[in-house]
Design a protein around this ligand. Structure first.
Ligand code: NAI
Ligand SMILES: O=C(O)C1=N[C@H](C(=O)O)C[C@H](O)C1
Length: 262
């Protein structure tokens, strides 16, 4: 059995992941963590019957039980510290929380190398989103002019999304930096052209009713190409999270992007 803890279990993703772990043969939920939980046991919540401890501080996780995998769907401010804590205590991190920058990821990878422990940081666990990013990187070889429009629910804390940043990184690997639009263009309203990543514009839409969506829009002479992915429901991420929990048990590196485990 793979012993798993879910950090951020009261949240939208954490609660979906908690149910996935409980429903997956071969996985054992040994605890859930959330400083904003009022409960001390999962079975105090009407949707659960299982006797599972609820932790409010990450340090308490260690005193009470042994853990193989740390699933993290928390908030950008704590993702780095949580992942570091997991690695330092030989728990394999499966991190979906966004907001980690390149240097954070590199530092965590160095620590994982020292500890020879596997893990994953994935800005997006949906298989369709991985394909969207790979197709976009492929298209950028022939269509260097591209803008990313990511659309999310209005409770999202970070902008642009982790997926948009990863997409932009993958595109830049193929086409390099590339100035887009008119060199003399001016914004009469600040932010009108979106964020800039190596010449590529990224636009973040936040609206009620949305879940997680992204459109990568290419333009060229007389033609356009749009690659779009939609997560209509958070269950879209769970196949990837379950796969990661199994795969990290066999790895000795912390990888960035689910595609590295497929
Ligand atoms: N990689 C992926 O496929 C996906 C990633 N995400 C990311 O996952 C994160 C969570 O998203 P949501 O569930 O929508 O947010 P949410 O706001 O619904 O949940 C966050 C939860 O984290 C808890 N939390 C805060 N500090 C904590 C700490 N120190 N330890 C443990 N828990 C703590 C909060 O109390 C809350 O329950 C975001 O960064 C989001 O971008 C979201 C969807 C898919
Ligand atoms: O906050 C979300 O909801 C999501 N966050 C991730 C991101 O920032 O890319 C993944 C997905 O887009 C949903």
């Amino acid at each position: 059995m793979i012993k798993i803890i879910v950090a951020g279990f009261k949240g939208k993703m954490g609660s979906t992941a908690t149910k996935m772990v409980l429903d997956t043969p071969g996985f054992e939920l040994v605890g859930v963590l959330d400083p904003h939980a009022d409960e001390s046991n999962l079975n105090e919540l009407s949707e659960y019957t299982e006797d599972i401890p609820v932790f409010h501080r990450k340090e308490d996780v260690l005193a009470e039980t042994s853990v193989d995998v740390w699933i993290d769907f928390t908030i950008p401010e704590v993702a780095y510290e949580n992942t570091r804590f997991a690695l330092e205590n030989s728990i394999r991190p499966v991190v979906g929380t966004t907001g980690l920058d390149e240097e954070d990821v590199k530092e965590l990878q160095r620590l994982a190398d020292q500890k020879r422990i596997g893990g994953l940081i994935a800005p997006n666990f949906a298989i369709g989103a991985i394909l969207m990013m790979q197709f976009a990187a492929q298209a950028a070889k022939y269509f260097p002019d591209v803008e990313i429009i990511e659309l999310h629910h209005d409770n999202k804390l970070d902008a642009p999304s982790g997926t948009a940043i990863k997409t932009a990184e993958m595109i830049v690997e193929e086409r390099g930096a590339h100035q887009q639009g008119h060199p003399d263009e001016k914004e009469s309203l600040a932010g009108a052209r979106g964020a800039d990543y190596q010449g590529m514009k990224i636009h973040s839409v936040r609206l009620p009713g949305l879940v997680a969506h992204q459109q990568v829009q290419f333009g060229s002479t007389g033609e356009g190409l749009t690659i779009r992915h939609d997560s209509y429901d958070r269950s879209s991420f769970m196949t990837g999270v379950a796969l990661a929990c199994t795969k990290v048990m066999e790895n000795e590196q912390l990888v960035y992007g689910l595609e590295n485990l497929l």
